[in-house]
Design a protein around this ligand. Structure first.
Ligand code: A2P
Length: 347
């Protein structure tokens, strides 16, 4: 990477935006110019990057002029409003929202899984849902060896998935409860401190919430097959920033835990955490701040001859969002894929 690039972060003041800044600095992404964009609420703020204070600008048409790459993490409606504007001005948008993920013209990329699909972009590349990213990093290496027939996922999702304000709310609720005060829920629908509840995204007619359907539909798109049967139950838990997932996999023929362990031990983006003697397996507290998805408790499913169980934890803000987006940007730069094959036109 000898050239440097003009970047904009849309949603720079949020939980993912903050992580994007930190990762761009620590990974030394080649930056010629950096614009920090957010809402009018952030007018007058500035953020530190490489020892400098960079002012936060309210997003506008002009903000996307002379920008090569936009890292967008300001929610679906903001992406819908601005992605096409940025593309029309010549930028490639790596979008962390769900706005374009299922659009057939928009590649949905996990660099460890389907990097080649990025070459087909038309200006927008979607970053998958966080629970999906973490699951696909762990399941893809096994799927490559023996195709997975069915996945049953149960998630334990941290407050960070609902943004920086939800994280602050859980801290405030915890402190209120410890002082004998009632917890106040404004960002999340119910108190999360000392509690848990099913993910509160909208429910469909079958009783599945949007988050669960993201795991189903996005995983199929990333793996490039509609044949895998997937079901998920997504639960919000009082953890600050790393998600956990219990994954049950069903194959056509038996897949030994030993073989799965060996494969995962050398898979990109995966770190095995398994000490059966001390019961030490992945924990959100140990996944926090790590790039890798921690995987462990790999065992034969005693209820099915071709079933395998595994447990994983991954930093939702990092690999589940900001890191994956930056890895996509690095991929575009390394493979010289910044030029879109044809410009995205919003319908
Ligand atoms: P702001 O801080 O100005 O509200 P999080 O997911 O942690 O809640 O962060 C959301 C990010 O998206 C923040 O940077 C927020 O900026 C930004 N954002 C939210 N709504 C808009 C909007 N309408 N236009 C631009 N940025 C927005």
């Amino acid at each position: 990477m000898s050239k440097s690039y003009r970047l904009a972060i849309l949603g720079a003041t949020g939980a993912v935006g903050t992580e994007l800044l930190e990762l761009l600095e620590s990974r030394n992404f080649p930056i010629a110019d950096l614009k920090l964009l957010a809402s009018e609420r952030s007018a007058g703020r500035s953020l530190r990057f490489k020892g400098e204070n960079i002012p936060v600008e309210p997003v506008s048409d002009r903000a996307f002029e002379n920008v090569d790459i936009v890292l967008a993490s300001a929610g679906g409606s903001t992406s819908k409003a601005w992605a096409a504007v940025a593309v029309a001005k010549g930028a490639v948008v790596i979008d962390n929202s769900s706005a374009f993920r299922m659009n057939p013209e928009v590649p949905l990329i996990v660099p460890e899984v389907n990097p080649l699909a990025a070459a087909n972009h038309q200006g927008i590349i979607a970053n998958p849902n966080c629970t999906t990213i973490l699951m696909t990093v762990a399941v893809w290496p096994l799927h490559k060896v023996k195709p997975v027939q069915r996945i049953v996922a149960s998630t334990y999702q941290s407050a960070s998935g609902a943004g920086a304000r939800a994280m602050a709310e859980v801290k405030a609720q915890t402190s209120a409860i410890l002082q004998g005060q009632p917890p106040v829920a404004k960002v999340l629908p119910y108190p999360l401190a000392f509690n848990l509840f099913p993910h509160n995204s909208p429910l469909n007619d079958l009783g599945y919430c949007e988050e669960e359907m993201k795991m189903v539909n996005e995983t199929r798109k990333i793996f490039g097959t509609q044949q895998i049967r997937i079901t998920a139950t997504c639960i919000r838990v009082p953890v600050l920033r790393a998600h956990s997932e219990a994954i049950n996999l069903e194959f056509e023929t038996p897949f030994s835990a030993e073989e799965a362990r060996e494969i995962l031990n050398s898979s990109p983006g995966v770190k095995l955490v398994e000490d059966w003697k001390t019961n030490h397996f992945p924990m959100p507290i140990e996944a926090t701040g790590k790039d890798e998805v921690l995987v462990g408790r790999i065992r034969q499913d005693i209820s099915h001859p071709c079933g395998l169980e595994l447990w994983l934890c991954g930093d939702q803000i990092r690999k589940g969002a900001a890191l994956n987006a930056i890895q996509i940007a690095e991929l575009l730069v390394e493979k010289n894929l910044l030029q879109p094959s044809k410009a995205y036109v919003s319908s």
